[in-house]
Design a protein around this ligand. Structure first.
Ligand SMILES: C[S@@+](CC[C@H](N)C(=O)[O-])C[C@H]1O[C@@H](n2cnc3c(N)ncnc32)[C@H](O)[C@@H]1O
Length: 262
């Protein structure tokens, strides 16, 4: 289940009913207050937070595999299991997809119930329609690992910039030197004075979103938390594809489709 981003207000009636009807509920949430709120909905809520260990020595992927194992052990014991993740469980999250894959492979029925993700909040708070120019999303470290072609005509949304470049998969934050590497990679497609928006959506009903704007050049100097997402607006305008438009016009003429106004 996805719990959405804002405590209390983003949970869908369907997700709530899945939680209430489960035998056991696992929880990977944004903070302890949200866990306490979830506990009011079910008497057996088990937090997955402790699996992170003390955060120094344990690769995150080990933690995520343990989450899958602990959830599957209850499924194999015949329980009706619900796992609740903040935001959308399938957006930039490994374990929810993996546990569903494993469950289905073993013959159990498994379903992912979407939630309102940071992406949805970002579109609303920043006034971005991803359909206007197109929109590309990348996990920031993945963008450094692979030679990824970027499209500067579209929005670029970068997730997990707060720990960009963490090869160890053990850290929860990286410093300005690592953000500089990200900037150097982005500078191949974007001018250094291009706008970068650092966005944190509200997670409590009393909060407002935090929207900071800077330039790509200044990005390394700005601390970015694990709850922030970076957005680069398009750096160049869309270029019309005259050849294809002409082909469509001819097709319309051949099929006698009335010409559009203008
Ligand atoms: C592991 S992903 C989880 C995303 C989550 N599943 C969702 O649906 O939004 C964590 C990343 O989500 C983004 N994120 C998490 N909380 C956020 C918030 N309150 N505002 C903006 N972005 C957030 C950040 O990019 C963060 O590094």
């Amino acid at each position: 289940m996805g719990l959405g981003m804002v405590l209390g207000s983003h949970l869908s009636p369907l997700a709530r009913s899945h939680i209430e009807q489960a035998d056991v509920v696992f929880a990977a949430l944004s903070d302890g207050v949200v866990e306490i709120w979830l506990e009011r909905m079910h008497s057996d809520v088990r937090s997955l937070q402790s699996y992170y260990g003390d955060g120094t020595d344990k690769p995150r992927i080990t933690t995520y595999r343990e989450w899958v194992d602990v959830m599957m052990s209850e499924v194999r014991a015949g329980k009706r299991v619900c796992a609740v993740f903040y935001g959308h469980p399938g957006v930039f999250a490994w374990s929810p997809h993996e546990v569903i894959r494993v469950a289905r492979e073993e013959g159990y029925a498994a379903h992912m119930e979407p939630g309102i993700s940071a992406e949805d909040c970002l579109y609303a708070d920043l006034g971005i329609d991803p359909g206007r120019t197109g929109c590309q999303h990348y996990e920031a470290t993945q963008l450094l690992f692979y030679k990824t072609p970027l499209n500067p005509q579209a929005y670029l949304v970068l997730w997990q910039v707060g720990l960009v470049g963490d090869l160890s998969m053990k850290r929860f934050a990286t410093g300005p030197e690592y953000r500089q590497v990200l900037v150097d990679v982005l500078a191949r497609d974007y001018p250094l004075d291009h706008e970068a928006i650092i966005y944190r959506g509200a997670t409590l009903p009393v909060q407002q979103p935090r929207i900071r704007t800077t330039t790509l050049r200044e990005l390394p100097k700005i601390d970015i938390s694990s709850e922030e997402t970076v957005v680069l607006p398009p750096a160049s305008t869309l270029i019309s594809n005259d050849e294809v438009v002409e082909r469509l016009r001819k097709l319309d003429q051949a099929l006698d489709v009335p010409a559009t106004a203008g």
